[in-house]
Design a protein around this ligand. Structure first.
Ligand code: 9UX
Length: 72
């Protein structure tokens, strides 16, 4: 079973930032798919909640140097 969450991402100042966030999320164990929209400042993540939590996903983003909050 997978779940989907949309995170609001702050601190991305160029399109390559979005690629960085997307790669960081996509590399996280338990993440099946991650898409980051730079213009919308949103990350859509499909994940397996038995492996990774939304809190973990937010930490991936903050560890990469950006800010994340839950909610579309
Ligand atoms: Mo662009 Mo973002 O030069 O971390 S990649 S500002």
């Amino acid at each position: 079973p997978t779940e989907k969450v949309v995170l609001k991402i702050s601190g991305m100042t160029c399109a390559a930032c979005a690629a960085r966030v997307e790669r960081a999320l996509g590399n996280r164990e338990g993440v099946l798919r991650a898409n980051v929209n730079f213009a919308m400042e949103k990350a859509t993540v499909e994940y397996d909640p038995s492996i990774v939590s939304v809190t973990d996903l937010k930490k991936v983003v903050t560890d990469a140097g950006y800010q994340a909050e839950e909610g579309a």
